[in-house]
Design a protein around this ligand. Sequence first.
Ligand SMILES: Cc1cc2nc3c(=O)[nH]c(=O)nc-3n(C[C@H](O)[C@H](O)[C@H](O)COP(=O)(O)O)c2cc1C
Length: 279
Amino acid sequence: MNLYDTIQNRISVREYQNKNFDSMTLDKVKALLSHINPLYKDIEVRLELVHEDVKSAGMGFMNGYIKIQAPYCVAAISEKRDGYMENIGFIQEQAVLELTGMGIGSCWLGTFDNEVLRHLLKVNDNEVITNVIALGYPEEKSFRNDGLRKLLGSKRKKETEIAFYKEWGEDAAIFLDNKPLLRKILKASILAPSGGNKQPVCLVFTEDSVHFFVKNKKDNIVINPWAAIDAGIFISHFYFCCLEESIHINFYKDSSEEKFKIPSDTSYIISMKLDYKYD
Ligand SMILES: Cc1cc2nc3c(=O)[nH]c(=O)nc-3n(C[C@H](O)[C@H](O)[C@H](O)COP(=O)(O)O)c2cc1C
C-alpha cells in the first residue's frame, strides 16, 4: 500500500477485534512509537503503549457515554511548551499512518481518563497527556466503523474552503490547476482526521511555500487549544506526501498574520518551503 492508499483507507476505528498483536507485530509497533519525527525537536514527548490496563484508560465518544474497547492504546505525553499541541499531532499521525499500513486500526481520542492514566504512566507535573489513540485490529462489518462513523461526521471540507493563494480568501484554484502535484498532496491532507471532524486547518500558498493556520480563537483569544493538534495532524499528512513525491521541504516561521490578512479567529502555525521543480 502506498502512502496515498493508506491515507484513503484510514478511518477512525471505534470497534475492535478482541485480538492481541503477535510478538513480531508488537515489536514493530513499539519500535515505530519510539522512533518519532517531531515538528519541534526541543519538546520532550513520549508515546506510551498501554495494554494490561487499557480498560482503565476510559476511551470513548459522545462525551464518554459510549466506551471504546480496544486491546491497546497509546497515550501521548508531552512537555507543555509553545507548540506542543501541533508537535504531538504531527508526531502521532505518522504512527497512525504507519500502523494503518500494517492493517492496524486506530482512533484518535480526546475522551479518556486523564487522572487514571497520569497515575499509571507516572506523568510529571510539567507534562500533559494530550490524547490517547485506541489501537487494534478493526472489527469487520461493524456499524460503529461504518454507519456510525458517517453519523458522527466523516465528510471533508472542499479545497476552496481551506486553501487560499497569497492571502486569506483569495481563490487558490488557478494556482493549483498549474500544480497538480500540490493539489494531490492537498487532497490527501484534507483526509486528515480532526477532533469532532471540525477541520479547523486552513492554508495559504505562496510561490514556493505553504503557510498553515488554525481556527482556534474568539475575539483574538485562543478558546480551542486542541485545534492545534488537528493542525499538526494535517501538516503531517502534507509533509509525508511531500516526502513521498521527493519534494524537499524546510519548515520555517513567517508569522506575519497581517501579511496574509488572517481573520481574528485564526492563528498562524508554521510555514513549509517546498523545494521542487513545479509540475
Ligand atoms: C484530536 C482528536 C480527538 C478526537 N477525539 C475523539 C473522541 O474523543 N472520540 C471519538 O469517537 N473520536 C474522536 N476523534 C475522531 C474524529 O471524530 C474523527 O477523526 C473525525 O470524525 C473524522 O472521521 P475519520 O477519522 O473516520 O475520517 C478525534 C480525532 C482527533 C484528531
